[in-house]
Design a protein around this ligand. Structure first.
Ligand SMILES: [Zn+2]
Length: 87
């Protein structure tokens, strides 16, 4: 299960929450109770935690992104479907 980092905009409290991907993001700060939580997205933070599957997940997400945007596909040599090991 992935960790998400949150920071409270009201009191500055920072914490990590373990949530399913499908869970809605948290809103209320556990410290002050204000609905001011901001989700922090930092790839470096994920790296620090060093979970093996984070990297896999990140890579697949990136590939998806490229395919969606259609950019950078000029040199399409058949690498679109992940059949070759160039990724
Ligand atoms: Zn707070």
């Amino acid at each position: 299960m992935p960790f998400y980092e949150y920071r409270c905009d009201a009191c500055g409290h920072e914490f990590e929450a373990m949530q399913k991907m499908s869970d809605a993001p948290l809103k209320e700060c556990p410290e002050c109770g204000e609905p001011k939580l901001v989700k922090l997205i930092s790839a470096s933070g994920f790296r620090l935690k060093g979970g093996g599957w984070y990297e896999t997940d990140f890579k697949s997400g990136k590939k998806k992104n490229l395919a969606d945007s259609g950019k950078g596909g000029s040199s399409s040599g058949g690498c679109g479907g992940g059949k070759c090991g160039c990724g």
